[in-house]
Design a protein. Structure first.
Length: 134
């Protein structure tokens, strides 16, 4: 929708559900980066693999650094996962974790949706108090 002419009126209309669907712009632009998996699997690349570190993919809301209110976004849809698993891996060696990361990204058929690094103390707290997910 083009809100440039009367932004306050447009917000009020949106809040009250008053808008003409014909005003919605259609686009053939992608909602996500189709090259992202290949990019993060290239563990020997000299470039950062994080989405927010790739200026080619930062456009409008994606590159606003939190300075823009977004009311709706287009998202790609994917099939529901048939199997999900959570793994907790602990190590006192940064080198072992880096090697594991490289192995997972470069050789697994499916890349993880999420990966988090936790300090050993947090790992121990999770083992004690996070019984529902540990």
């Amino acid at each position: 929708m083009n809100w440039a002419i009367r932004p306050k009126k447009s917000l009020t209309n949106l809040q009250n559900g008053y808008f003409d669907k014909s005003q919605l712009s259609q686009s053939n632009k992608l909602a996500s980066d189709k090259e992202y998996v290949a990019r993060i699997q290239d563990v020997n690349a000299d470039t950062p693999s994080r989405f927010n570190a790739d200026k080619r993919r930062l456009y409008e809301a994606s590159g606003c650094a939190g300075k823009l209110a977004v009311f709706a976004v287009r998202l790609d849809t994917y099939p529901t996962a048939t199997k999900e698993q959570t793994f907790y891996v602990g190590s006192n060696s940064v080198q072992e974790l880096a090697l594991l990361r490289r192995q997972i990204l470069s050789s697994f058929k499916n890349v993880p949706e999420v990966g988090e690094y936790m300090h050993r103390d947090i790992f121990d707290v999770s083992a004690k108090y996070g019984k529902d997910t540990f």
